[in-house]
Structure formats: C-alpha cells, structure tokens
Design a protein around this ligand. Sequence first.
Ligand code: FA5
Length: 341
Amino acid sequence: TALKKTAVERINTAGVDVESLRVKLLGRKGELTTLLKGMKNVPAQDRKTVGEVGNHVRQTITNLLAEKKAAEEVAKLNKQLASETIDVTLPGSSHVVGQPHVLQQIIDEIEQHFLGLGFKIIDDTVDSPEVETDEYNFERENLPKDHPARDMQDTFYITPEILLRTQTSPVQSRSLEKHDFSKGPLKMIAPGKVYRRDTDDATHSHQFHQVEGMVVGENITMADLKGTLLSIMQALFGEKHQIRMRPSYFPFTEPSVEVDVSWNEVTPDMKPEDIEWIEVLGAGMTHPNVLRMDGVDPEKYSAFAFGLGPDRFAMLKYGVDDIRQFYLNDIRFLSQFNQKG
Ligand code: FA5
C-alpha cells in the first residue's frame, strides 16, 4: 500500500517520460514485481490477501500510467497543431513572374492581326533559316553577285556562299516553292531575326527582327498592298501617329515604297517640316524576275511583299528612343512591358 501511494504521487508528478516510470514500477525488475516476487516469504494464510492487494496496486498503477500517457499524447498533438497553424489572413508572398520580351509581344500582336486577315505564319524553325545561302538571300531576290544594291545590306558571310540572312525576304522564295496554287493564293508572314554589319546606333542594331509578308495570286494590286499596310499600322498605332508612303527602291519589287511613321502625335497646327519620321518598313509589287525564279508565271499571277521592322514598331509604340535598350536585357527596362500591367 505504501508503494501504491508513492507510485501514484510519482505518476502525478512525472514529467514527460511515463514509459521509463512504467519500467521502473512494473518492469521485470520493477519495484512492484520485486515486491510480488517476495510472496514466497509471506505466510500461507496471508498470501491471498497480499496477492489481491498486489494485483489491485498493479492495476491502479497501470491505469494511471495509461491515462497519463494518453494525456501526454494529447498535449503533444495540441502543441504541434498550434505551431503548424496556417494564418490565412497573413498577406501572401508574391513571386516574380516572367513575361515575353517586349519585341516578342510586338511580333505576337502583328501575327494576331495577320491571322485575322487570313495569312499563314511560316514556322521559323523549319522554313525560315537564319543561316542562309547567298542564292536565297540575294540571287533569288533579283540581286545577282555583282549587283550594286548588295551594298544596301552589309553582310556577315560565313563562306562565300553561306551567310547570316540580312533580311527575311528569302522566306518568300522558300514559301513560294512549296505553295500549291490550286488551293488558292499564297498569303503568308514570316517573322524572324536578321543580321547586318550595321554600326549600332539609336535606330540601328546589327541583329534585329523583320516580319516578311507576301501575297501572291491573281489580280493582286498596289491597292491591296496599301490597304494591308494601313490596316496593320492602324491596328498597332491607332490614329495617333501619322503614316506616310514614299517611293523607294528594292531590286525585288517594282514599284517600291517605304513607310514612315511620325514619332509623335501630329496636330493640325504643325508644319510638315516639324514632323519627325521613322522608317518602319519597305514594300512593293514583286518583280516579275523574282516570280519567274520561284516558278510562278508573272503573266498569270501578281504579288506584293513587305518587310517590316518590329524593333522600330516597339520603339514608336512605347516611346523607346534607343533600339539598343531591347538587347541589353536589363530587367528593370524589360519589366515595364508587363502585359498583365
Ligand atoms: C529590306 O530588308 C527589304 N527586304 C524589305 C522588303 C521586303 C521590301 C519585301 C520590299 C519587299 P530594309 O533594309 O529597308 O528593307 O529593311 C526593312 C526594315 O527593317 C526597315 O524599314 C527597318 O524597320 C528595319 N531595319 C533595317 N535595318 C535595321 C537595323 N539595322 N536595325 C533595326 N531595324 C532595321
């Protein structure tokens, strides 16, 4: 009975380790066990009583230990729950989410516009190589080897026959070769990178982008070209910027034009000489020689083509005064053009 009393006290005051207390009291060499082992020394008539008391004490201690252990586990669980609680009212931590490069955004806008006009987009991984042959980049564009207009595009040559394309115009020939006119006219655009040995300045980069466009079919006229160009310009710039078409020269188009856009909004009080222009594209009616070299009969079909500069479009649209900004990869500059605002 004395053991029971101290055992109860010890259980109640026991700290964390109920298990080691159980071993001490009830284990094979435990205090109660040792006591009960001494039964053989107890006189026979008292053994029954002592045995009952012993069992009662063991039962009490076992129950108490079980309770204590359960209580301990509940306490442990509560502590864990408290420490792992999520406070849903705390402000979330925000992540930096990337976005397409501003030039890619402009190219996407141009593509969407032309898709709406029924043009197809040439896959630039297959039919629009950046490493081109002299034949496709120049000769098939009506620029034979000794043609003086080759000087218009200073070229990075890899070998005398292989070069980094200076324009997306070679995609004209590559698309025409594959086109089946029994299925209707060819209407395509081809966006991609081009390279020139230009000296970098505010409006020139040695590597920039072009979007080539071409429509080949029966009765395609200069009016179709003008309408198409006006529609893309208005889609991108709205009414704010003035657009002008100037006669120009390209060996692969006749007649040829260049399109300029005004840097700023043009107001009625402005004199023509006050308007500042930037050239954004070249275009024209495809030269019969080009059609012939691509296996198209110029008596039956006519065509227009254009090559526009999305880098210059982006400069105008966002008021960026130096093209080199697009290629510095300064995240502080680029993150201004987050589509999600
Ligand atoms: C051409 O490259 C012709 N292939 C365009 C063409 C296609 C005409 C089909 C007729 C028919 P040009 O060299 O002018 O033309 O370049 C076209 C556009 O590319 C320019 O209007 C300008 O927007 C852009 N561009 C040209 N050079 C650079 C440069 N160094 N940096 C940035 N943009 C440039």
